[in-house]
Design a protein around this ligand. Structure first.
Ligand code: SF4
Length: 391
């Protein structure tokens, strides 16, 4: 047993994890309660190593927000606008395709497309958008829409959720995004996202999508007004659905961003809180293959450290992020592939470019490159750096 753990209050939990025994919610609360973040890192790394060996991944992708008009006004949200607002926007399908065309030149494998709950765009607009993007490039993986958007589209189209998802899938939807989960606990959900669909509705969209053969990610927004027990309850519900469907590809904990919204949070998530949340997620979600350290919210430096606290993925190049930045995120709008490879290498891991489904596209082992600073000279890296100013 690692000496850190042997001397730690977590020694008995280390024995359970080492023996492959599932932790319960009381165990997860104990993990959250410890101040011994290094022991937590050892425990989380044991699980991460078992799941993914010494690899850590990233994706070359682009975000597109098709509109920030939204019929809801979630209190935590700095992104949504009403039609009367001067800084509201709505992209045409042609504009979206043009952004995709530009990004293809950067070597992306995925488009990640979400927006607000638009008041009036017809359902046909969304299927046309997917078809137009697949017509541009059938290999481009389309990871689109939160479960909340799916419920909105079903309501707009007067279709059931299964009909809605089936039609979107036929039009080219490859994966759902994980957004909209926030925190499942009803009172907290009401306090930060009044009017938003319930946890049961969020989970049922993912359940339905998984039953159609689809895969998706899931998230948790932490560090606002929720308790640690609320986080554990959130993880419990995700783990239960994963037991049922095995359809989640990964889990992405999202640290709350405190600016430009209506929730007063004097102490948004610290580095310590972010690391322990990632670590507990890795340890408790024993049926998830991947845990992402989301650099947009954490900053790349802390995301890199999180690779030693259970995370095995840094997310993507992104290129143009709005939602977190409008809420005060200070990370850059994009990461180069080179920066992510360097961060992963420095953390002692083997960088792996992945696709939407976390399947390897390229393994940057020593035979692929020998100089972490200079090596990742693939077309995506060169052109991304050259084109960031215009993206
Ligand atoms: S979080 Fe989503 S649903 Fe809520 S107001 Fe913002 S864009 Fe709308």
């Amino acid at each position: 047993m690692n000496f850190l753990i042997h001397r730690s209050e977590l020694a008995d939990l280390f024995d359970k994890v080492a023996a492959g025994v599932r932790l319960d919610e009381a165990d997860a609360l104990r993990l959250f309660a410890t101040r011994d973040v290094n022991a937590l890192g050892v425990l989380a790394s044991l699980v991460a190593q078992r799941k993914n060996g010494n690899r850590a991944s990233y994706i070359v992708n682009r975000y597109i927000n098709y509109s920030n008009y939204c019929i809801l006004s979630c209190q935590f949200c700095a992104f949504a606008r009403k039609k009367r607002d001067a800084d509201g926007f709505e992209l045409t399908i042609e504009q979206i395709v043009e952004k995709a065309r530009e990004a293809r030149r950067l070597g992306i494998t995925e488009l990640h497309i979400v927006g607000g709950l638009h008041p009036s765009l017809p359902f046909r607009h969304y299927t046309d958008m997917l078809r137009a993007l697949k017509a541009l490039d059938a290999q481009l993986q389309l990871k689109c829409f939160t479960a909340i958007e799916i419920l909105h589209l079903a309501w707009l189209a007067k279709k059931s959720v299964v009909e809605t998802l089936t039609e979107l899938q036929a039009a080219g939807l490859d994966s759902l995004t994980g957004g909209g989960a926030e925190i499942f606990q009803p009172e907290v959900r009401q306090a930060i996202a009044r009017g938003k669909e319930s946890a049961a509705e969020y989970l049922d969209v993912h359940r339905t999508w998984h039953r159609l053969g689809g895969r998706s990610t899931c998230t948790m927004l932490f560090g606002h007004v929720e308790s640690v027990a609320d986080r554990v309850d959130h993880l419990r519900q995700l783990r239960a659905l994963q037991d049922e469907t095995h359809g989640f590809t990964g889990f992405i904990p999202l640290p709350y961003q405190p600016e430009n919204n209506r929730i007063a949070v004097p102490h948004p998530p610290t580095g310590f809180d972010s690391l322990r949340t990632i670590a507990v997620s890795r340890i408790y979600l024993d049926n998830f293959d991947h845990i992402t350290a989301y650099w947009v919210g954490l900053g790349l430096k802390l995301a890199q450290v999180a690779l030693s606290y259970g995370a095995d993925d840094l997310h993507g190049t992104i290129i143009e992020e709005h939602i977190f930045h409008m809420a005060g995120a200070t990370a850059p709008q994009a990461q180069t592939e080179a920066a992510m490879i360097k961060a992963i290498r420095e953390a002692g891991k083997v960088p792996v470019q992945r696709n939407t489904f976390y399947e390897p596209v390229k393994v940057w082992d020593q035979s692929a490159a020998t100089n972490a600073d200079a090596a990742p000279a693939g077309p995506a890296t060169r052109t991304l750096e050259a084109n960031l100013a215009t993206a």
